[in-house]
Design a protein around this ligand. Structure first.
Ligand SMILES: CC(C)=CCC/C(C)=C/CC/C(C)=C/CC/C(C)=C/COP(=O)(O)O
Length: 286
């Protein structure tokens, strides 16, 4: 049975019951360090370990501090406000780690073409063709070729801007990959052709940024019939999806890549180089 003194304290300072080594209930204040035998018991309990891990540093620090300051903090009107401030970061942390856990789980489940003996390993060669269709080299080579072959000023303008957009995409993706440094999924086989050193990182998917940006570019600057426009969108979606199926990326890498590529096209429009602008630029350089 708890002592009457402990019962009174529990009403005021948030005491919690624990079971002592002799099997009797004991109460300990949330603001005081628990006795060593209870500490040991908490350490072995996964739920309490998780709860302690999600505590804010201020609360953890507070739990070891002297009782006078702790009890004054809990005594007044400040407590609810303080608790809200301490709970919010933990809530964001828990939400983020849950999203990450779902991402890893879903990506692993969807990585059905990660190798030949995976459940959908037979379509891996097809997925690798889709991969090549979104690779930087064919796009850069294609844009250069069209620029060279184009005999109208308008065509040259479009191809020049596409070329600059592709280079900008490579640079931006490289910078984000180098900053974030998220490893590729463990089930990925690193057998991609022509990669930079930053391509050992997976966030964001360079194929997804390129697919989203190029799809917007093509839809805005090429006069295409409706079925072809749908095909462009389907191609972009397939490039992104194939990254997860091949085990190259997690779902969030591709989702962020699509968003980033979409925004990159806005940047391309803002920085659009016209023939007059180009002549001015070349005049300044020359
Ligand atoms: C062929 C021409 C005109 C120029 C070549 C210039 C050159 C060296 C370009 C490099 C292109 C390149 C290696 C792009 C990397 C593409 C890639 C593998 C990205 C990774 O994509 P992810 O989806 O796995 O992140």
């Amino acid at each position: 049975m708890p002592s009457p003194k402990a019962k009174n304290n529990s009403g005021r300072s948030g005491s919690v019951p624990g079971v002592s080594s002799n099997g009797r209930y004991e109460f300990m204040s949330l603001n005081r360090s628990p006795p060593p035998h209870l500490l040991q018991r908490q350490g072995s309990d996964p739920t309490s370990a998780r709860l302690r891990a999600s505590e804010s540093p201020t609360r953890r620090r507070g739990s070891g501090s002297s009782n006078a300051s702790s009890s004054s903090a809990t005594g007044g009107q400040q407590l609810p406000e303080e608790d809200c401030m301490r709970l919010n970061p933990s809530f964001v942390g828990i939400a983020l780690s849950s999203l990450l856990a779902i991402d890893l789980w879903l990506s692993k489940r969807l990585g059905v073409c990660a190798c030949e003996d995976s459940s959908w390993g037979s379509i891996r060669p097809l997925m690798k063709l889709v991969e090549i269709s979104g690779h930087g080299i064919p796009w850069l080579a294609g844009a250069l070729y069209c620029l060279y072959k184009s005999d109208s000023a308008a065509g040259q303008e479009v191809m020049l801007n596409l070329l600059m957009a592709l280079v900008m995409d490579l640079v931006l993706v490289g910078v984000v990959k180098a900053v974030v440094r998220r490893r590729r999924p463990s089930h990925n086989r690193m057998d991609m052709f022509a990669t930079f050193s930053v391509d050992r990182y997976s966030f964001p998917s360079g194929h997804a940024t390129r697919a989203a940006m190029c799809a917007r570019f093509l839809l805005a600057h090429l006069v295409l019939a409706a079925p072809l426009r749908v095909l462009v969108l389907l191609w972009a979606a397939l490039v992104g999806f194939s990254r997860v199926l091949l085990g190259r990326h997690n779902v969030t890498d591709v989702a962020f890549g699509f968003g980033m590529g979409y925004c990159q096209y806005n940047l391309v429009e803002m920085l659009w180089v016209s023939p007059v602008g180009l002549q001015l630029l070349l005049g300044q350089v020359g």
